[in-house]
Design a protein around this ligand. Structure first.
Ligand code: M6R
Length: 578
């Protein structure tokens, strides 16, 4: 949530062509408003996404600048709540991702000293706080150390002072990374901001700060002691980033799945072979396995549980935000975090907590060097490449394939991974036309029910999530067996009910008959027969192909409704607040 960029260089750079282009790459982290501030104190703020909204902005050249794309937490979506925020004298400028919990107390204190606030955000305290500390004769480094010790909450902050050729960056919990290229230092919320320019990065740890000059950088710990940092070279499988003939990233990413899945499957016999073996060993050694994830990644984890349980390995999963209340762990537990971004705050919070309890943490992530990966003893990368659309599609498929590979290694015999990319291709080819037709029939519907059982239950939830997220249709993905315990009361003539029926599952067939008997518009996704037909597969593999159909359906309904498919309202791809 929120993307921040800070750029410092010994040669002047263009705000529009360099700073804002990097910022636009972080837009999927939030698109309520954006803004920038440059060395001489020039500030621009706009409501909405960057998109075409840079029109009318005269380009300027500078050597120091910061920018921000916002996902609102404190305060409505307005120009005054947009970042950067500054002190009243307009000499200190800051961008922030995170939440400052004790902002009210700090604000009241600063107001008593005469500081005036113009926004409703928690972030505005930052420039005023530094203004106050500097006015008391503290150096920037001392002021940062006080800030770290006094502020409660999460933050990735980049700030500068007018006329001071340095950028100051501070981090706790919210992600922050420094990219190095062509004599420039770029601070960003994630590596994608600069992955087209460099693969050299330095990752911040919590409560660290950095001072970046025109051709130097130094990292410090919370006491102001110099910290030696490693420059990491990251690998990031790059897809063609331009939309080309596609209208949206969502459909582009759905169609990238044959190649993205093949890349992952190949990695299991090459660069990730050793990780896969060690991952399987960790599972074997644990007394129980607990998965954790949020949203789509949680749905993947449900499939992980069902695969491990088949092998007799006790495993459970829980949505990250409820982990604390509903799951117990000890030092013999293996916690497997699944996360595309590797930054989801609900998941990061769980990891920190279970590590304190002595559990072992392993993860399945897409983004290398992400926070979750860095906290893990072992991590498998799903090699899906950048996913720009907020909705997870190709990354979900690759999460499932990773779970299949682990399960296969542990002894589940039901898949032949090598055939999956072709079957994905076939699923898309055979069904895209039919799905478009179905979308025309469904796009005015208010409610859709999706039924599944066993491994198709998580898919029912996943398809329902996508129907809510992209075409904004209320949808309920549920265990088919639960239908008769209440929800069936909502089924009337014409109510759309999608049934996921792998291999003629008898329970699914009877739930489908029950809704049909009440006049539902029954839509069957099946690998034996049905309105939407997918290749022959075992039950677990069925999850992949049925998911793709569900994702296509959400996409085509949203297109008919003319919705902002890649950036649905109120959402962000990387959810870095609790
Ligand atoms: O990056 P993560 O996989 O941890 O993200 C978790 C969820 O926020 C994410 O899956 C979300 O549900 C997607 N927008 C669904 O399409």
């Amino acid at each position: 949530m929120c993307g921040i960029i800070g750029l410092v260089s010994k040669d002047e750079f263009s705000v529009r062509d360099e700073l804002l282009k990097c910022l636009a790459r972080l837009e999927y982290r939030g698109y309520d408003s954006w803004g920038y501030a440059a060395y001489d104190g020039a500030v621009v703020k706009r409501v909405g996404g960057i998109g075409n909204n840079t029109k009318g902005i005269t380009d300027m050249k500078t050597t120091v600048a910061i920018s921000h794309t916002r996902w609102a937490t404190h305060g409505e979506v307005t120009q005054s709540n947009a970042h950067p925020h500054s002190n009243s004298k307009k000499t200190i400028f800051a961008v922030h991702n995170g939440i400052i919990i004790n902002n009210r107390q700090i604000k009241e204190r600063l107001m008593k000293k005469g500081y005036k606030f113009v926004s409703e955000t928690d972030s505005e305290i930052i420039p005023h706080y530094f203004d106050y500390m500097l006015s008391k004769g503290k150096s920037m480094k001392e002021a940062i150390c006080s800030f770290i010790s006094e502020i409660e909450g999460t933050f990735a902050i980049v700030l500068f002072r007018k006329g001071d050729p340095h950028l100051y960056a501070i981090k706790r919990d919210s992600p922050l990374v420094l990219g190095l290229y062509d004599g420039k230092g770029i601070l960003a919320s994630d590596i994608y901001a600069f992955s087209d320019k460099t693969n050299k990065a330095v990752f911040f740890d919590d409560d660290e700060f950095a001072v970046l000059g025109m051709d130097s950088y130094r990292f410090y710990n919370k006491s102001g002691k110099l910290v030696r940092k490693k420059v990491c070279g990251f690998e990031w499988s790059r897809e063609e980033e331009k939309l080309k003939h596609y209208k949206h990233y969502m459909i582009k990413e759905i169609k990238e799945q044959p190649s993205a899945s093949k890349r992952l499957i190949d990695s299991f016999s090459t660069i990730q072979k050793d990780r896969l073996i060690r991952f399987a060993k960790l599972i074997r050694m644990a007394s129980r396995v607990v998965f954790v994830g949020a949203g789509t990644s949680y749905h993947a984890s449900l499939i992980g549980v069902s695969l491990l349980n088949k092998l007799g390995i006790e495993s459970h999963t829980i949505i990250a935000s409820e982990f604390e209340s509903f799951m117990l762990v000890d030092d013999k537990t293996l916690v497997i975090a699944i996360s595309q971004s590797g930054e989801t705050m609900d998941v990061v919070t769980v990891i920190k907590d279970v590590l304190k309890k002595g559990a072992t943490v392993a993860s399945i992530v897409n983004v290398p060097y992400s926070t979750i990966q860095r906290y893990s003893k072992l991590s498998i990368e799903i090699c899906a490449g950048q996913e720009v659309c907020v909705a997870s599609t190709k990354t979900f498929t690759n999460q499932l394939i990773t779970l299949f590979a682990i399960a296969a290694y542990l002894g589940v015999k039901e898949f032949d991974l090598a055939t999956i990319p072709d079957k994905i291709e076939k699923t898309i080819k055979t069904n895209e036309g039919k799905v478009r037709k179905l979308a025309r029939e469904l796009y005015r519907k208010k409610d859709i029910f999706v039924l599944g059982k066993g491994v198709s239950y998580p898919m029912a939830r996943e398809i329902a999530l996508k129907l809510k997220e992209i075409p904004y249709i209320h949808a309920e993905g549920m265990m088919a067996g639960e239908l008769k315990h209440g929800t069936i009361a909502l089924v009337e003539k014409g109510t759309p009910v999608i049934s996921l029926i792998p291999n003629e599952n008898v329970d699914m067939l009877s739930s489908t008959r029950e809704v049909e008997a009440r006049g539902a518009r029954s839509i069957i996704i099946s690998n034996t027969d049905g309105e939407l037909h997918i290749p022959k597969s075992g039950d677990a593999e069925f999850a992949i192909y049925s998911g793709i159909i569900g994702h296509l359906l959400s996409y085509y309904i949203a297109r008919l409704k003319n919705l902002p498919i890649d950036k649905p309202r109120n959402l962000a791809k990387s959810v870095t607040v609790r």
